[in-house]
Design a protein around this ligand. Structure first.
Ligand code: 4FD
Length: 224
């Protein structure tokens, strides 16, 4: 799967390119991430890509021309790419949406700064608007990285022998609790059943914990 990212801060993407699950996917040639510096598509010598909003008000708006030129350039290389705009107005990113997006061969991720992009980009150039949650952050880059990570994990070969099928939310519920050595620390004991070697009992205990945990911490999920 290929990700093309349109951004004013391409260096931020070293956070996922150099380390972790996504980096391993890149090394295995299962993933590629290509960043595009939006300023390279500016039409003025100052490399501006934003301007004041019509109608007045605070902040700046990202202009149509550089973004549209950049998307055209990407589409020359990847004609079938799905263009995704990260914004607080988007469809909420869930496990289900991450899985759906993982079926695309190519995603182009548009990262906004300031007050976002000129609405005509959303009307004409964007296929899907996605939000990572109901809060505002300073730019679309962190949201794009969250999307890339969550979508990449849904490609079976990327996770390797780890198993995204067992991830929290894969079944619409929370995870069970995890323990590792030592058996006792500061008077805190690992639950006996996990030391019993009786796999059927362990599976049953974990299934109970999943329900209990979800009921306790996420009633919105439990009642579905
Ligand atoms: N909730 C999200 C995405 C981006 C963002 C921006 C319009 C602001 C939150 C478009 C306004 C992009 C999210 C940049 N904040 N900030 O997914």
């Amino acid at each position: 799967m290929r990700f093309d990212v349109i951004t004013l801060f391409p260096d931020m993407f070293s956070a996922i390119k150099d380390e972790g699950v996504v980096a391993r996917g890149i090394k295995k040639s299962l993933l590629s991430i290509h960043t595009w510096q939006l300023r390279d598509f500016s039409d003025n010598k100052y490399r501006n890509v934003d301007d004041k909003p019509y109608g007045g008000g605070a902040g700046m708006v990202m202009q149509v021309k550089p973004i549209r030129s950049c998307i055209e350039k990407i589409k020359q290389k990847v004609p079938n790419t799905q263009v995704v705009y990260l914004s607080p107005q988007g469809r909420k990113l869930t496990h289900q949406l991450a899985t759906e997006l993982s079926k695309f061969e190519s995603l182009t991720l548009l990262c906004g700064r300031y007050e976002g992009v000129d609405e005509r980009i959303i009307e004409h150039d964007v296929d899907m608007e996605v939000s990572i949650g109901d809060y505002v952050i300073s730019g679309g880059e962190l949201a794009a990285m969250v999307l890339i990570d969550s979508v990449s994990r849904q490609i079976p070969a990327v996770l390797g022998n780890q198993d995204s099928l067992n991830d929290s939310f894969a079944n619409g519920l929370l995870d069970y609790p995890h323990y590792t050595r030592p058996e006792v620390i500061d008077n805190q004991q690992v639950p006996e059943v996990l030391l019993s070697g009786h796999q059927a009992n362990i599976d049953q205990w974990r299934a109970q914990q999943v329900l209990k945990n979800t009921q306790l911490k996420r009633q919105d999920l439990a009642s579905k």
